[in-house]
Structure formats: C-alpha cells, structure tokens
Write a new protein. Sequence first.
Lengths: 278, 278
Amino acid sequence: MGNHYFLVDCGEGTQYQIQRFGVKRSRIDHILISHLHGDHSLGLMGMIYSYHLSGRKKPLSIYGQRGLDEIITTHLRWSGSRLNYKINFHHLNPEVPETIISSKTLEVISFPLIHRIPTCGFLFREKTKPRRINEKQIPPDFSNQDYQALKKGKDILDEEGNVKYRNEDLTLEPKKSRSYAFCSDTGYDPMLAERLKAVDLVYHEATFLKDMEKWARKTYHATTHDAANTALDAEVGRLLIGHFSARYKEVDIFVDECREIFPETYPALEGEIFEIEE
Amino acid sequence: MGNHYFLVDCGEGTQYQIQRFGVKRSRIDHILISHLHGDHSLGLMGMIYSYHLSGRKKPLSIYGQRGLDEIITTHLRWSGSRLNYKINFHHLNPEVPETIISSKTLEVISFPLIHRIPTCGFLFREKTKPRRINEKQIPPDFSNQDYQALKKGKDILDEEGNVKYRNEDLTLEPKKSRSYAFCSDTGYDPMLAERLKAVDLVYHEATFLKDMEKWARKTYHATTHDAANTALDAEVGRLLIGHFSARYKEVDIFVDECREIFPETYPALEGEIFEIEE
C-alpha cells in the first residue's frame, strides 16, 4: 500500500526471499501471522533479530495468535537479546472478525478460518477515497480558497452564501477502493464467501486436487474446487492459489481445476507480483 | 563419520542448504547447537517439523544449552504438534568439558568457549582403531581361528601355549584416529590451544580482521590473528575460518591474514567439503 509494506505470514527463509526479490525490508512496519504452524511463522525470529542487527529504531507491529508472544519472548530471553526497537504485539481474535489496523486510507480486518489450530485470514481494504477535481470544469475565477473547499468535498458558495458551484459538478468519482484478502490454511467454509464479497484479489490455499476432498476435510485444508467455489460465490475479481501439497510436482493442474469453476485463477508463484488497479 | 552425520549448529535455512548440497538428512541422528544466538539455532525448529512431516520414526538426539529445550517445547505446544518420533535432549555444560557422545569408534566432547551467552565448542575424536592384519606376513598354516585371534589383538599360541607368532609381527599400526573441532563464536582464549592440541582440522571463527582486536574483545569474537595463533599454539593440522562480519565484502583478506601466522588456513565456504585422511 504505497510506501507501506505489510508482511503476511513469515515462513523459514523469508528474510532471504525479501533480499532475493529486492524488497526494502525497512518499509515493513506490520507483520501479520495467520497461525502458528512452522511454514507460516518460523521466519519471524530471523526478521526480528535482523532488524535489531541492522539498527532498526522504529517500532514493529506484530499481529499473531496467542502463544506467538511467548515464543518471541522465550527466544529473546535465552539469546540474551535486548532489542533496540519496540515490538507492539497484538493478539488476533480467532473467534470473530476484528479490525486490527485502521488508518486514514486503509483498514485491515482479521477473520476466523477453519484449521486444526486457531487461524485467521486478513482482509485489506482501502477506505473511500476523496472525489478528484476535474480540472477541465474549473472556472477561470477560481481562487486557491475555492480549491481547498472543493478538495474537502464542499460546494463553492457566492458572497451571499448561496451555492455557486456544486462540488459534484466540478469533481469526478473517487478512484476505486481496492481490496485484497489472504486466506492461509483453511478447510472449506461456505460462510467465507460472505466475508470476501467483491474483494478484488483473494489468495486462498488449495493444498489438494479436487479428488482429495475427503482428505482435505480431514486435514483442514482446501481443494482446488473449494477455493474456486468460494471465489465464485464471493464474486471476487481474481483468485490466487497456493500452498500446494508436496505430493504434486506440477502447478498447472491446480490452476486448470480451479478455472473449471472460476476462470480468473492464478498461481501464487515465488516472486510474482499481482497489482490491483484503481 | 562413516554413514552417521552430525549436524553442528543450525541457522535459518539449514534444511534448504541440506537439500541444496544433496545431504541425506535421514542420516543425521545428532544435532549439536553451540549457543542460542539466532544465526546458530533458528533453523532447528524447521528441521524438527520436517522430520515429523517426512515420517521420521527413529529418535533424534539434540545437544544444546539450557533454554533450547524450552524453546522447542514452546514451539511444539503452540503449534499443536505431537511429533511421531522422540527427541532426546541433552543439556550442554557451558562451564567444563564433558564427553557428550561415546560410541565404539568415536567420542564427542563439549567444551566452554568465551562468548556473551553460554557457548560450547565440540571436539570429535575417533577412538584408537584396531591394528590391521598384514596379509604379506601371514604364514600358510594360518587357520580361521588364528585370524580371529589376530584381529582381536592376541598373539598366536602353539599347542603347548607358547607364543608362536607375536601379534605385532603380523599386523600393521592402526590407521590414524582422526579429530575435528568446531569452535563457534568465541573471544580469544589462550587456554583453548590446550584443548585443541594436535587436532587434525579445527574450525575457529574469525569475525574480524586483525586491526579490530579491541572491538573483537568487546563483542566476544575473534580476529584472524586470534584464530591463527590458537591454531599455531595447538599445532593443529588445518585451520578453517568463518563467521566473517558482514562489514567485509571479501574473504581472501581473512585467509591472507591468518596465513601470516598459520599457513594451513582455509575459508569455510558454503558447500565446501574438507576430508581428513586416515
């Protein structure tokens, strides 16, 4: 989001990948960890130590399930480390949706997923943006003061206090408020589509192919068709899939199976960038 | 050592490197962690989980400082994991040398190093090997029973119980008992040379160049000359150096500085193999 980066889950080697793909790690001020399985969390301590060694001073916000704070403090205690920056730790609520971040331009909402241990998904949503000034419609006698009033969404008044120009006549619709959701490990949840309604880009795990539905239910993971049906029901823009079981060697078949139901499906491959247009 | 692998220290990404360099991880039954700084220990949980996921059944022995057991159990508890193999955890003694492994052919001794937190080095030493039968000297009337006696180091007796052949006349000196020592993070310790006396191959950290001696003392690390002087005093076979500070871009100068004092110095580069001849 602009110059602010959010790191969502952090498996072993994340700091190596961050370097490999040229991401400025100093721009990360928020790390969100969906749950405490190793492939989603074991890279966090390395990030924390590396920030310390590179002289980070500004606080780092970490959002995680109960227990992650104990894991962090246990590591720090036994390594004899005293960080030179502050960690603001926020407990996620794995039971109900909660707004965990809210700024002028963005809100982030955590919501429960269905997994073997407490797990959250995350929805990133831009707030409604201001209307844009339509330069072509601006009259020649427009003052700087008028401009400022227009920017704030106000009408322009004449000396007697009557509306001279209506705001909506001199401005264009605001740019679209974009949204992204990350659904890490989760079993199929028919209720999830409601939460993801009309989201532009949704990452949803697809650990198994469709013929493994029983096994997926048992292990609290999703199949390709689970992910695609959720995307279809939610009428999302695009679906990203990942977390493919190591038993499979090819990614294409996962994408193909999803596209049987939801054509706008793409694989979340290492280093790929997915932009959302305004 | 033969088909048995010992993993000594385990930074983040170790399992990735193990795969990259084609090491059979199933052959690792002993993991030794010198101390609890992240660059020496953060890869351990990933190894533990991966062994679980790949169906390991045989026990894994882990040797570490006090606290490593708490770190492991805290991770396992919050991830809801119950391993399908047993971990045998051994506390290292950071105060005095201790034999931590002793088999028919090998012993491993931990010994204290000088660092900011409790830290151990490890000495691997083959036990004295049996003398080898010198086939050229074997007389034609030698029975299978005589062979077995010879192998056990016994003399061969005649029917009256007198020595017919002396064991040492029919056998050769045993092969050399090889030794390797790993001195992870440590400040300069003049007493260390005694511990490393005549060891074939010694890894000793060399975080800083020789002009940084003061800083090295302050941070409980070693300079090139510290490592080389230790190797010289101990009369070791070869010296491996590593743990170079990230402030330097070149490794050659570290090796050059060590060779001013101890010519048989080599850099411990990723993936390099150093064999010790018998």
